[in-house]
Design a binder for this molecule. Structure first.
Ligand code: GSH
Length: 219
């Protein structure tokens, strides 16, 4: 039975997993979570009532949370690119950067985007301004952390880069990265040129009109 991935190509957390699948050419069946696909939505709800995507099913085992899905693929479908180093200290560096991108880039980016989908009277101005401030702090910290680095942790692509690519891609749309943070811009550009992420971005192009803040005419 092929791996099934419940996902949508425009979702940042789904792209995090798609990178890992594409990079190591792992075959899978996309169970597209999109309006009108009621059967797929019902399967997804039954597998993971929390309702978040992506969800992966492999040999009857359900795996949730993008980082854990990438770790599952690394253990059970290892390919030429390994996502977590064997060395425990190096693996901790990768996990730390993965947490950084999820918690301090992806989360505030989602807050800004999610808030823009709310009715005007339900907007959370304070929450959005806190999210913007957090993104500024995260960009500044990352600009320093990326000095002399090509990849987020160590000298090879890892789980941390799977997290970084969609996080920085969309965060720059939601709250532009200041030109002064040139290391962050350069890293984001390298990620956009990374073949598995370039493919995920290309496949998601038709959905750009869905970006509620208006997708910029670039990338
Ligand atoms: N912690 C989850 C977050 C996943 C997540 O936020 N997914 C979004 C799409 S990018 C989602 O499912 N949104 C739909 C919803 O919240 O109903 C992970 O790492 O997989």
């Amino acid at each position: 039975m092929p791996i099934a991935l419940y996902a949508h190509p425009f979702s940042s957390y789904c792209q995090k997993v798609l990178i890992a699948l594409y990079e190591n050419a792992i075959p899978f069946e996309l169970r597209l979570l999109a309006p009108g696909n009621e059967q797929v939505a019902a399967e997804h709800r039954a597998l993971w009532p929390i309702g978040k995507m992506p969800v992966l099913v492999d040999e009857g085992r359900t795996v949730v949370e993008a980082s854990l899905i990438v770790e599952h693929l690394d253990r059970h479908h290892p390919g030429p690119t390994r996502w977590l180093p064997e060395d425990p200290r190096a693996a901790l560096d990768v996990r730390m950067m993965d947490r950084f991108f999820d918690n301090y880039v992806m989360t505030p980016m989602q807050k800004i985007v999610g808030d823009s989908l709310r009715a005007a009277e339900d907007r959370d101005r304070q929450g959005v301004s806190e999210a913007r401030a957090l993104l500024e702090t995260a960009y500044r910290w990352l600009a320093d952390a990326m000095k002399g680095r090509e990849w987020a942790a160590g000298d090879a692509p890892s789980l941390a880069d799977c997290a970084a690519a969609p996080a920085l891609f969309y965060a720059d749309w939601a709250h532009p990265i200041a030109p002064a943070f040139s290391n962050v811009h350069a890293y984001r550009r390298r990620l956009l040129a990374w073949p598995p992420f370039a493919r995920a971005v290309d496949e998601a192009r038709p959905y750009r009109p869905l970006f509620p803040l208006g997708a910029p005419d670039r990338d």
